[in-house]
Design a protein around this ligand. Structure first.
Ligand code: SAM
Length: 383
């Protein structure tokens, strides 16, 4: 896989509403309610206009509607965002426009309209193919409904991916083998397979803290992870990132921008962006609460995001923690800022000797052993 061009630019749009809040989720999500479509379309467009001024002359390679549940957004809002992106930057010929969707019948009925608006990749939050697990995960769909939505998605969009969550309490290796084998037979070219994590502030966190249930122990989780790598590779959907698996050419071009530490604009409540502007690397984070976001944008889009310039140390930490998630790793040339500190190559050599990293022809990669302890590894590497 070649690195995309340095000039690639993506846009992330955060739609913050969900029909219900999942007990494991710590994203910036809010209960769905009456939406003023025209107001949202105007606000998101203004936000895009502000960032377009700061990234003049670039062309968009990808647009990603994430959430929350963007498949609940009014279609005119999605149309307005796509039209604004086309007008403000223009799309590269092989543009990727992804929308995250929940697999309910009601949302499946809207897939045609999203495709007609220009969405060409659908990301379905299936989460599990088992009814009991879906109930545990607090989902508002069963397995049959998810399968129907997946079939409709595959008929409607050129590219489809879906998410599953494994390492659930009570799930054993054989359960996961059967579920994953079924998932691999469904014909999607891309899968995101996440281990359940217990995030602070969620209902699951409270339940685990109160001793109501516990996730499988670490050894079982590690075995499930290894099995996932083996089965997906054997099925032609090898891992290209810790939790992401794709057939050749089916990788998420938008998410690759994040992991390759390239440029992306973020609009919508709580959206993050990373941009190189006038030689400076900037980090932006929009105001998170939906109402406050709308008001801030209406007042002045320049004030709706917290913007900070990242120094070389902060950039190195971000570039490593993103890039080492990828199977392709990152490039480290002799003049890389990494080598500006003499202690870092010494630590690097030790981590290579211990089997956590490899360095070949200037390409640094985490080994499977390293990828399992990535956060600690990066901390050890840069000190
Ligand atoms: C923000 S969600 C949006 C998808 C969509 N709204 C849905 O509910 O299906 C993105 C994905 O992150 C994953 N995810 C979120 N929280 C997680 C957690 N605590 N553990 C594992 N995976 C998680 C889920 O697979 C989810 O589909």
């Amino acid at each position: 896989m070649d690195d995309a061009s340095e000039t690639s630019l993506g846009v992330y749009v955060h739609w913050p509403y969900c029909a219900r809040i999942c007990p494991y989720c710590d994203f910036n999500v809010h209960k769905n309610r009456e939406i003023d479509a025209a107001r949202w379309a105007r606000a998101l467009t203004r936000d895009l206009e502000y960032w377009a001024q700061r990234t003049e002359g670039r062309t968009l390679t990808s647009l990603y509607f994430g959430g929350g549940t963007p498949s609940l957004a009014p279609v005119p809002v999605i149309e307005a965002v796509i039209a604004a992106c086309a007008r403000l930057w223009g799309f590269a010929p092989d543009r990727e426009i992804t929308l995250e969707a929940n697999p309910t019948d009601a949302e499946g009925a809207r897939f045609e309209a999203f495709a007609a608006a220009g969405v060409n990749r659908l990301s379905l939050g299936v989460q599990s193919l088992r009814d009991d697990a879906l109930a545990f995960l607090g989902r508002n769909h069963g397995a049959d409904e998810a399968m129907r939505a997946l079939k409709t998605a595959i008929k409607t969009f050129p590219r489809v991916t879906f998410d599953l969550i494994y390492a659930r309490p009570g799930q054993d290796l054989e359960d996961w083998r059967a579920e994953l084998s079924q998932a691999l037979s469904l014909g999607a070219g891309h899968l995101s397979l996440y281990q359940l994590t217990i995030e602070p502030g969620t209902a699951f966190h409270k339940a685990v803290a109160a001793g109501r249930w516990a996730p499988p122990d670490e050894g079982v989780c590690a075995d499930m992870y290894d099995l996932t790598q083996e089965m997906t590779a054997a099925a032609g959907l090898a891992a290209y990132e810790i939790s992401n698996h794709a057939a050749p050419g089916e990788q998420s071009r938008h998410n690759l921008l994040y992991w390759r530490y390239q440029d992306y604009v973020g609009v919508g409540p709580g959206a993050h962006g990373r941009l190189t502007v006038d030689g400076q690397r900037i980090a932006a984070e929009a105001c998170a609460a939906p109402d406050a976001y709308l008001k801030a944008i209406e007042e002045d889009p320049a004030g709706a995001a917290r913007i900070e310039t990242l120094n070389e140390d902060a950039q190195l930490a971000e570039r490593l923690s993103m890039g080492l998630r990828l199977a392709e790793g990152i490039k480290l040339y002799a003049d890389d800022y990494f080598y500006a500190d003499d202690a870092r190559p010494v630590r690097l050599k030790r981590l290579v000797d211990d089997g956590f990293l490899t360095l070949d022809c200037g390409r640094l990669r985490a080994t499977p052993k390293g990828r399992r302890v990535l956060n600690t590894l990066i901390y050890e590497l840069i000190g």
